[in-house]
Design a protein around this ligand. Structure first.
Ligand SMILES: [Zn+2]
Length: 196
């Protein structure tokens, strides 16, 4: 291929409009090569910092938007906007939604069992924990409620001197729903429900 200058030009790989780079070993970049400011080498990186930041903002907005779509306001939306909640997923140690942690319903639904809720964590509300960004995890209303009820039940029985085995028997007798996917409480499950 002869160009206007009469000099033979190396084959160029196209990177986009007006941007090219010669991949042949030992060959010198043409004047058209642009150094990438992020990678410090020629060519266009797969993602520039700017693009990554933009993607991050879009991801954050989508979690916040989805929360708003479910009728949620306040701390959870704020946290999602700040990139403090990465995905819409129940973060409770035990999730009871039959179809998975990432399935939610709107607060406008009648029973609201599976609508998003904020769980006080790591300092429980009963221990004086506040609803602040450093003390909130995303949950289903139902999972949050069950966790709260179990802790109260188990705590009271522990205080009364009951063994974990005895507490498991009590929960089974009262037909208290066990962990998702299991039918009966065991001593180990009782302990896990209390310390997780
Ligand atoms: Zn859940």
């Amino acid at each position: 291929m002869r160009m206007g200058s009469g000099r033979r030009q190396p084959p160029l790989a196209k990177f986009g409009a007006g941007r090219t780079y010669d991949f042949r070993e030992g060959s010198k970049p043409t004047h058209e090569v642009e150094m990438d400011p992020v990678l410090g080498r020629p060519g266009i990186p797969a993602f520039t910092r700017e693009q990554l930041c933009q993607d991050r903002r879009m991801a954050d907005e989508s979690v916040a938007d989805r929360l708003r779509g479910f009728g949620v306001k306040g701390i959870l939306v704020q946290m999602a906007e700040r990139g403090q909640i990465l995905e819409l997923k129940c973060e409770m140690p035990q999730c009871y939604h039959p179809n998975g942690r990432d399935k939610f319903e709107s607060l406008a639904t009648e029973r609201r069992l599976w609508a998003p809720s904020r769980d006080h964590y790591p300092i429980l509300s009963s221990a004086g924990g506040k609803l602040r960004a450093d003390n909130v995890r995303l949950s289903h209303i139902e999972c949050n409620q069950r966790d709260h009820t179990r802790r109260k039940q188990i705590g009271a029985l522990l205080l009364a001197g009951e063994s974990l085995e005895g507490i498991a028997d009590t929960l089974n007798r009262k037909k208290t729903p066990a962990f998702h996917g299991t039918k009966r409480w065991t001593a180990a499950m009782v302990r896990e429900a209390y310390v997780s």
